[in-house]
Design a protein around this ligand. Structure first.
Ligand code: BDR
Ligand code: CA
Length: 316
């Protein structure tokens, strides 16, 4: 499988990337970065850190948008992911190069070059993707498959009462993307915040998965220590892995047990509901569905993939 990952590299993005890197049948053509959990520069730095710690071969890295389409300052999630986005495990000494081609242009070029044979996985705000769509409205049609971690489809927001982080950081971008799906007849596979809540891990189960002494195991342990403090602070009893869940369905589509195809739209108004993912449960012949909402995956296979993400890369 040929894959591109667009990400704002916080802690769960890091685990998702490790999962993808651990798959021998996935060829990672590019990683594109976007501002979200952390700044664009920090997200790009974090990609290098993860690739270095995993001792991964060269993967082209492209920087994307440093801020949302319509706002000067992006919301961030450094309270959850740490100042460096990796819970203090970040490094600054990587020799890996970053391309000077902007992410949206690289996305467009690669999509056209590998048309029909490419999977896109988005783990952050949809700014780079929206920009590529504005450059070429057929952009999304070049992908064989598009998987996104985005949205609160039952209105159980994690960043506002109604909105999920990746959408509310840049609702205009999300609107452009889902509207373009409607127009082009594209259906994306969606891991929502509710799907994330439906697949919790106990802290004990996660501690068991990350036990070990390899560089990647130690990275995940440092990130987990940070995350555990936040979790307790926010009264969250479980370990929740939104981006790894999206990566898991990229790696093993067959782990999907329950899904529904719906039409969704994004609220861009400046009210309490800004960034809400609006799911239409009506059957409207005039509106094609644009999202396959994933409700349930095989928990055991998900945990196996998490274990693989941590232990594929061997000893110290
Ligand atoms: C999403 O927001 C980010 O903080 C996570 O990395 C994930 O992509 C969950 O709402
Ligand atoms: Ca993310």
């Amino acid at each position: 499988m040929k894959l591109i990952v667009d990400t704002d590299v916080g802690i769960d993005d890091a685990i998702a990337l490790l999962m993808v890197l651990a798959q021998t049948d996935i060829r990672l053509l590019a990683i594109t970065t976007v501002a979200g959990n952390v700044s664009l520069a920090q997200a790009t730095q974090n990609i290098k850190t993860i690739l270095d710690i995993a001792n991964a071969p060269a993967v082209p890295i492209y920087q994307g948008c440093a801020r949302p389409l319509m706002r000067y300052a992006a919301l961030d999630a450094m309270d959850v992911h740490g100042d460096d986005g990796l819970g203090g495990a970040g490094r600054t000494d990587s020799p890996r190069p970053v391309s000077d081609e902007p992410a949206s242009l690289a996305l467009l070029r690669l999509a056209r070059q590998h048309t029909g044979r490419l999977t896109l996985l988005t783990l952050g705000p949809l700014t780079n993707i929206a920009l590529a769509i504005r450059l070429d409205p057929t952009f999304l049609t070049h992908f064989e498959r598009i998987v996104m971690m985005a949205g609160a489809v039952d209105v159980r927001g994690n960043t506002s009462a109604v909105a999920e982080f990746n959408i509310v950081v840049d609702p205009e971008a999300a609107h452009i993307v889902f509207d373009a799906c409607h127009r082009a007849g594209v259906t994306v596979q969606l891991i929502s915040w509710e799907a994330t809540l439906a697949h919790p891990l106990t802290p004990e189960a996660w501690a068991d998965i990350i036990a070990g002494d390899s560089p990647v195991a130690r990275l995940t342990q440092t990130m987990t220590d940070f995350l555990n403090e936040r979790r307790v602070e926010y009264n969250e009893p479980h370990i929740l892995w939104p981006d790894p869940l999206a990566a898991a369905i990229v790696c093993r589509p067959e782990i999907i047990l329950n899904q529904e195809v719906r039409s969704i739209a994004i609220e861009t108004g400046h009210t309490l509901t800004r960034g809400q993912t609006v799911v239409d449960y009506r059957h409207r012949p005039d509106k094609l569905p644009n999202a396959q909402i994933i409700r349930e995956v095989d928990g055991q296979q998900f945990r196996d993939l998490l274990r693989m993400a941590v232990h594929h890369f061997g000893g110290a």
